[in-house]
Design a binder for this molecule. Sequence first.
Ligand code: SAM
Length: 282
Amino acid sequence: MDLTSPKVIRSIQEKFGFTFKKGLGQNFLTSQTVLEDIAGAAEIETGVIEIGPGFGVLTSQLAARSQKVLAIEIDERLIDVLNYTLSEFDNIKIINADILKLDLKSLIQKEFNGGQISIAANLPYYITTPIITKLLEEKLPVRNIVVMVQKEVAERMSAMPGTKDYGAITVLCRYYTEPSVITNVKASLFVPPPKVDSAVLKLRVLDKPSVEVLNEKLFFKVVRAAFSQRRKTLLNCLCSAFPIPKPEMSALLEKNDIHPARRGETLSPEEFAVIADAIANN
Ligand code: SAM
């Protein structure tokens, strides 16, 4: 069954009386090349988790390259469809659940015996950031995360310090992973087409975080504070978030060679770490 064919997609819709739910980010991919890009970049060793299989177009590519695919789909209506479209595979397990509500660590332990897995998805765009944040913060045994996201989001997640796209989400991604954009994808390659163009983002999870910090929670609090008001100086942003008097905070920054009048977007992850450690030791 060629699930990239709009004609086949229409015939499945008719067979199951299925209509797309915009609120669930249901834009199905129809490009064989892009599917192969995603599945290839995931560098699957044995197992892979797919978030949001839809009609199963990516699932079948992943199944052909792995021992086991665990596909997590929130839309109950799609479970019968997936059992039909993926019936020729015996290495796919479908779970009807909300990815944001799952205990992924226990699930991976149970389904993959604690082995290193990959994660691949054409993500529902309305929850891209919460999903990526969850996948990174839960410190899962995951080697590669390859996801289709809105083009601007991919640019933000993989931005370099000092650029206009650099923000708190960049620091999160660069702390845990090495991010790279694999390819850009036109909206016309989806059914129905979304309003924005997309990109395939690869996050190669690092063995250990890219910078060492005394307190991870505090590090991310500093990062969020620094980007909270882009027009304010670093000093003012930090003083709004931490109960440290301004002269003391200013001295703390200067002592660490960071000018208090700088803006958050000019700081590297290493500099955020220096500030967080100085606050921790204050
Ligand atoms: N994988 C298919 C493809 O590439 O054509 C469908 C991708 S579509 C962009 C996103 C999929 O995620 C939809 O099937 C949608 O129902 C599902 N989804 C949306 N929210 C979800 C959630 N919270 N948990 C799991 N799946 C979700």
